[in-house]
Design a protein around this ligand. Structure first.
Ligand code: GDP
Length: 294
């Protein structure tokens, strides 16, 4: 994974090795090549441009041109800027002792339902009492998928009915919680294959009624460029508090992670690393940056 991006960035920087001092033109050439490699890794152009500008500013500030080891210095700056673009410090979701309600949103196929099940298993293992809510009012198959996952991880699943109104869902949820105490409710919402205006409206309405404590956008790491538009729209229309990146075990090229984080400025809190229930890890910006640089 990320091999191409890492190889290309290294190749660009390696040209400076053993050269002693470099000129500003050399630096510009290297930065242009880094920008090209980001674009080829499906990083959105806006993100690639901002990234390279930041690297250039830091390189000049760090007097890379005066340095006898410019290649090493540039690599360090690129690494630090990658960590920064991916969020800097690792962040975990806010979790109070009770009353946690997490809203899972994202395109169909992004891994939303699987991730909901993974989160339930992850926090159950930490001693929490999760409840899963299958809130897709239009696709019974999506609800059934969550029901099966819930059975597998030993977490109850509350299912909405076809066409159920948000107020009714909220009431049923309250009723459920009066007889079955749960401290973490994970709501798996409906997804579509593409951004869908009607769905955005429905999600915003459901969110207004349920008042989640966190809203996570689930993004498939393989989507590359598209992640920018998807993240921007979900954030503007529904409002998100964090990102979860799935399928990082695939041959993703890094674009989605950088773009989604850049455009929303929301932390990436978890990463999906396999299809299995246990394939979920807290997200560490520095680890992904190291992997991108190989
Ligand atoms: P949803 O439509 O967003 O609810 O997506 P699903 O949860 O149904 O996931 C779509 C597909 O992606 C399924 O085949 C999942 O097994 C797969 N998937 C989800 N997360 C991961 C992951 O982190 N790694 C891999 N390899 N596959 C994943």
């Amino acid at each position: 994974m990320f091999e191409t991006l890492s190889q290309r960035i290294r190749a660009a920087v390696d040209k400076l090795r053993g050269r002693g001092r470099i000129s500003e033109a050399d630096l510009k050439t290297t930065l242009r090549e880094i920008r090209m490699s980001l674009l080829e890794a499906d990083v959105n152009f806006e993100v690639a441009k901002a990234f390279v500008n930041a690297v250039q500013e830091k390189a000049l500030g760090a007097q890379v041109l005066e340095s006898l080891t410019p290649a090493e210095q540039i690599l360090t700056i690129v690494y630090e800027e990658l960590v920064q673009t991916l969020g800097g410090e690792a962040k975990q979701p806010t979790l109070k002792s009770e009353g946690n309600l997490w809203f899972m949103v994202g395109l169909q196929g992004s891994g939303k339902t699987t991730t909901s099940g993974k989160l339930a298993a992850f926090y159950k293992a930490k001693g929490r009492r999760p409840l899963l809510v299958a809130a897709d009012t239009q696709r019974p198959a999506a609800r059934e998928q969550l029901r099966i996952l819930g059975e597998k991880v030993g977490v109850p699943v509350l299912e909405v009915a076809d066409g159920e109104r948000p107020e009714v869902t909220a009431r049923r949820l309250r009723e459920h919680l009066t007889f079955d105490y749960r401290d973490l409710v994970i709501v798996d919402t409906a997804g579509r294959l593409q951004i869908d205006e009607a769905l955005m409206g429905e999600l915003a309405k459901l969110k207004e009624v349920l008042r989640p404590t966190e809203t996570f956008l689930v993004i498939d790491a393989m989507t590359g460029q598209e992640a920018l538009g998807v993240s921007r729209t979900f954030d503007e229309r529904v409002g998100i508090s964090g990102l979860i990146l799935t399928k990082l075990d695939g041959d993703a090229r890094g674009g989605a992670a950088l773009s989604a984080r850049y455009v929303t400025q929301k932390p990436i809190v978890f990463a999906g690393v396999s299809e299995k229930i246990e394939g979920l890890e807290p997200f560490y910006p520095d680890r992904l940056a190291s992997r991108i640089l190989g």
